[in-house]
Design a protein around this ligand. Structure first.
Ligand code: 3HC
Ligand code: NAI
Length: 690
C-alpha cells in the first residue's frame, strides 16, 4: 500500500505493519497511509479484527521529532487515534522493542495492547521539553491510575512489559512470535464478541484517585524541576485527566503541548537529542573495528575505580592494576562498598553485585595486562608518571590493544610519542564519578588510527556513555572552558560577591549547583595542583588549599560541612579572607546582580567555546553543548552554552566582552573571531551566511 506501511490478512484478521526505519517514527509518510488503512479496514465487513504491528527492531518510537517546529501536515496523530476509536471491531497493538511517545499513544487508541517480553513502554516527551500531545496524559491514567501515570510521564522513563502488564497497560505478554500471538489474541477476542470499550470510555484507573496525595507528589516533583516548564505541564495535564471530562482534558493537553513545543526550552532539548546522536559521528567513523574482550585499568583511585566499575557494569571482564597489594585492597574495598550502597538503596540486587564483582581481577604486575584489548591509565596527573606507565604498557600490551589515558589536561600527543605505537593511543576522559556520569570525551591524538577511535566510540555506547570526539589541547573541551568560567567566578568574589550569592545565581539559572559548591565537591586541590604546574594562580582558592581546605573531603572549602554532611554552610572566615585579599589589591566591594554574575562567568565560557571551534578541537558547536550538559550540569532547558549563546544573542555577548576587555585587558574577554561571525550569520556553522 505504501513503502512505509503494509497490509496483510490472516483469515479475517487484518495486520497493519508500519515500516519506517530506523525506529518507525510517525512521519507524515506513515500517518497518511495509516489513516487511509484504518478507514478502509473499519468499513470492510470481511475484517473481524485489526492488529497494528511494526517491522524492524521496534514498535513506533514516537512522533517524528524532525517535523517539530514546522507546519504539521495532516492527518495529525490525534486525528488517527480519534479514527481508531470509531472502530467497533477489536483493535490490538502488537508491541516489540520500544513503544514510546506517540507510539504508545497510538497503542492507547487501540482497544488492546499485547507485548513481547522484552518490550518497553513509555512517554518520554518530557525529555524533549514537551508533554505527550496525542492524548497520552488523558488515556494512560485511565488504565494505570493517576499517580503511576504521573511518575511515568514526568520522569519519561519507560517501564518493561511485565510491569506494564501488572499495571493494566498491557493485556497480554508473549515470548517470541509476537505477530502470530497478536493475531490469535485478536481473533479470540473478536470471537467472544463486543462491545469493545475504547480507553477514552474506561475509568478503572481513575476511581478512588486521592487528589491530596497526588498534589503532594506534584509538589515534590515541582521542587526538582529546576525551572523546566515541561514537568509542571505534564503534572497539570494528568491532573486534568482526573478532574475534567475526557474531551476537555484532551483540549487542555493540546493547548499545553502547543505552548511548550513552540518555546525555547523544547527547542533546546530537541537540539540536544540530535546533538547527542551527532557527537559520536566523525569522518571515517565506519571503518573496521577492533574487538574488545578484556579491559585493563591502571590505578584504583577515584577515577580508576569508577572507570573499572563502568566497564564491569557494561559486562566487560576487568583487570585492575595498582602499585601494591595494599593499594589494590583499598581500591577494591571502595568498589565493593559502592556496590553495596547500591544494594542497600535497592538499585542493585545482591546477585547482580556479586556477578559484577566476579568480573574483577586485581593485579600488581603489568604482565597481567597482556590479554587486555583496551587498557586505560588513571594514575596521578603527572607527565613523567604517565610516560613511565605507557613505556611499561608498550612492552606488555598485545599488538593492536588500544592504550588510553584518562588525563584531565596533559598532552596526549606527547604521551603517545613515548610509545612505539602512537596509532593505538587515545584519550578516554571520564568524569567523576566515572560509573555514574554520562559524558566521555574521546580524545583523538595526532596519530590515533581511525579504527581505534571508532572502536572507542562504539565501546562508549555499550557502557552507556554519551561520547564526544574531541582534539588535544589543555583541558580538552570541558575543562578548558571551565577554566574561563572559574577565573571570572574568583574575580567576582574579589569585587564583592559571596560564594553563596554566586552559587545561588547559578542554581536559579538551572544548574544543579554553582561553581563553588562544585569545586568543594570535586576537591579544590585538583585545580590547585594544575595551576601550580602551569604557574597560574587563583588567589582565594589557592589560599584555601594552603590552609588545607580542599572542600567536602576535608570538611571545609569555600563552605563548611558539618561532620559527614554534604550541604554547604556559609563560612564567615572565608568571607573575611575574600575581603582581605580584595583590600590588598585595592578592589572595593560593590553590589553585583545575579544577571551580571551569569554574564561575567558564562560569556567568557561561550567565548572559549568559540575558540575551541575555531581551532577544530570540537567538530561542531553542538558537541560542546553535549559536553556541558552531560559533564557539567549546564541546564538542559537552555541547550548547552553554544545554543544558549544563540538565545542570548552573539551581538550582546560581544558588546559585554568588549566592555570587560577594555576594563581589565584580560584575554578571556577578547571576542573570538568566530563569535563575531556568529553575530552576523546567527549560526556557528563555518559556511553559514546571514
Ligand atoms: N523522530 C525522528 N528521528 C528519531 C526519533 C524520532 N522520534 N527517534 C530516533 N530517531 C533517529 C535518531 O535521531 C537516530 O538518527 P541517526 O541514526 O541519523 O543519528 C536514529 O533514529 C536511531 O536512534 P538512536 O541512535 O537513538 O537509536 P537507539 O536504538 O539507541 O534508540 C530509541 C532507539 C530508544 C527509540 C531512541 O531513538 C529514542 O529514545 N528516541 C526518541 C523517543 C522519543 O522521544 N519519542 C517521543 C517523541 S515526541 C512524541 O511522540 C510527541 C507525541 O506525544 C505527539
Ligand atoms: P587518585 O589519586 O585518586 O588515584 C590515582 C591512583 O593511581 C592511586 O590509587 C595510585 O596508587 C595509582 N597509581 C599511581 N601510579 C601508579 C602506577 N605507576 N601504576 C599503577 N597505579 C598507580 O587520582 P584520580 O583523581 O583518580 O586521577 C587519576 C587521573 O584521572 C588523573 O590523570 C586525573 O587528572 C584524571 N581525572 C581525574 C578526575 C577527578 O575528578 N578526580 C576527573 C577526570 C580525570
Amino acid at each position: 500500500m505504501s513503502n512505509s506501511l503494509k497490509l496483510n490478512r490472516d483469515g479475517d484478521v487484518a495486520i497493519v505493519t508500519i515500516d519506517n526505519p530506523p525506529v518507525n517514527a510517525l512521519s507524515f509518510h506513515v500517518r497518511e497511509p495509516l489513516m487511509q488503512a484504518l478507514i478502509e479496514l473499519r468499513d470492510d465487513p470481511s475484517v473481524a479484527a485489526i492488529v497494528i504491528a511494526c517491522a524492524g527492531r521496534t514498535f513506533i518510537a514516537g512522533a517524528d521529532i524532525t517535523e517539530f517546529g514546522k507546519p504539521m501536515q495532516q492527518p495529525e496523530l490525534r486525528a488517527i487515534i480519534a479514527t481508531l476509536e470509531t472502530i467497533a471491531k477489536p483493535t490490538v497493538a502488537a508491541i516489540h522493542g520500544t513503544a514510546l511517545g506517540g507510539g504508545l499513544e497510538l497503542a492507547l487508541g487501540c482497544h488492546f495492547r499485547v507485548a513481547d517480553t522484552g518490550a518497553k513502554l513509555g512517554l518520554p516527551e518530557v525529555k524533549l521539553g514537551i508533554l505527550p500531545g496525542g492524548g497520552g496524559t488523558v488515556r494512560l491514567p485511565r488504565l494505570v491510575g493517576a499517580v503511576k501515570a504521573l511518575r511515568m510521564i514526568v520522569s519519561g522513563v519507560p517501564i518493561g512489559a511485565a510491569q506494564a502488564h501488572e499495571d493494566g497497560l498491557v493485556d497480554a505478554v508473549f515470548e517470541g512470535g509476537l505477530t502470530t500471538h497478536a493475531v490469535n489474541f485478536a481473533r479470540e477476542i473478536a470471537r467472544k464478541g463486543g462491545p469493545f470499550q475504547p480507553v477514552r470510555d474506561r475509568d478503572e484507573g481513575l476511581k478512588e484517585t486521592d487528589l491530596a496525595a497526588f498534589d503532594a507528589e506534584v509538589a515534590e516533583l515541582a521542587k526538582k524541576a529546576r525551572g523546566l516548564d515541561a514537568p509542571i505541564a505534564c503534572a497539570r495535564a494528568v491532573r486534568n485527566a482526573v478532574t475534567l471530562p475526557f474531551n476537555e482534558a484532551l483540549a487542555a493537553e493540546r493547548a499545553l503541548f502547543v505552548t511548550l513545543v513552540g518555546g525555547d526550552q523544547s527547542r533546546a532539548q530537541r537540539h540536544l537529542f540530535f546533538a547527542e546522536r551527532e557527537a559520536a559521528k566523525f569522518p571515517g567513523k565506519d571503518t573496521s573495528k577492533r574487538r574488545i574482550g578484556r579491559v585493563g585499568v591502571i590505578g584504583a583511585g577515584t577515577m580508576g575505580g569508577g572507570i573499572a566499575m563502568a566497564f564491569a557494569n557494561g559486562g566487560y571482564p576487568v583487570t585492575l592494576l595498582e602499585t601494591s597489594h595494599e593499594e589494590l585492597r583499598r581500591g577494591m574495598g571502595t568498589i565493593e562498598k559502592n556496590y553495596t550502597v547500591s544494594v542497600t538503596r535497592g538499585s542493585l540486587t545482591e546477585e547482580a553485585r556479586d556477578e559484577r564483582l566476579s568480573r574483577f581481577k586485581g593485579s600488581t604486575d603489568y604482565a597481567d595486562l597482556a590479554d587486555c584489548d583496551l587498557i586505560i591509565e588513571a594514575v596521578f596527573e603527572d607527565m613523567a608518571v604517565k610516560k613511565e606507565v605507557f613505556g611499561k604498557l608498550d612492552a606488555v600490551a598485545k599488538p593492536g590493544a588500544i592504550l588510553a589515558t584518562n588525563t584531565s589536561y596533559l598532552d596526549i600527543n606527547e604521551i603517545a610519542a613515548s610509545t612505539s605505537r602512537p596509532q593505538d593511543v587515545l584519550g578516554l576522559h571520564f568524569f567523576s564519578p566515572a560509573n555514574v556520569m554520562k559524558l566521555l570525551e574521546i580524545v583523538r591524538a595526532q596519530k590515533t588510527a581511525p579504527d581505534a577511535l571508532s572502536t572507542a566510540v562504539d565501546m562508549a555506547r555499550r557502557i552507556g556513555k554519551v561520547a564526544v570526539v574531541v582534539g588535544v589541547c589543555h583541558g580538552f573541551v570541558g575543562n578548558r572552558m571551565l577554566a574561563a568560567r572559574g577565573s571570572e567566578s574568583e574575580a567576582l568574589l574579589l569585587e564583592g560577591a559571596t560564594p553563596g550569592q554566586i552559587d545561588k545565581a547559578f542554581t536559579d539559572f538551572g544548574w544543579p549547583m554553582g561553581p563553588f559548591q562544585m569545586g568543594d565537591l570535586a576537591g579544590l586541590d585538583i585545580g590547585w595542583r594544575n595551576r601550580k604546574a602551569r604557574g597560574q594562580a587563583a588567589v582565594i582558592a589557592d589560599t584555601l588549599c594552603e590552609q588545607g581546605r580542599f572542600g567536602q573531603k576535608t570538611g571545609r572549602g569555600f563552605y563548611l560541612y558539618e561532620a559527614g554532611a554534604r550541604s554547604p554552610v556559609a563560612d564567615p572566615e572565608v568571607e573575611t579572607l575574600i575581603r582581605e585579599k580584595a583590600a590588598e589589591r585595592g578592589i572595593a566591594a560593590r553590589a553585583i546582580s545575579a544577571g551580571e554574575i551569569i554574564e561575567r562567568t558564562l560569556y567568557p565560557l561561550v567565548n572559549e567555546g568559540a575558540k575551541i571551534l575555531e581551532e577544530g578541537i570540537a567538530a561542531r558547536a553542538s558537541d560542546i553543548d553535549v559536553v556541558w550538559v552531560n559533564g557539567y550540569g549546564f541546564p538542559v532547558g537552555k541547550g548547552g552554552p553554544m545554543f544558549w549563546a544563540g538565545l542570548e544573542g552573539a551581538g550582546k555577548i560581544i558588546e559585554r566582552l568588549e566592555y570587560w576587555h577594555r576594563q581589565t585587558g584580560k584575554d578571556v574577554f577578547r571576542p573570538a573571531p568566530l563569535l563575531k561571525r556568529m553575530a552576523g550569520t546567527g549560526s556557528w556553522e563555518p559556511d553559514a551566511t546571514a
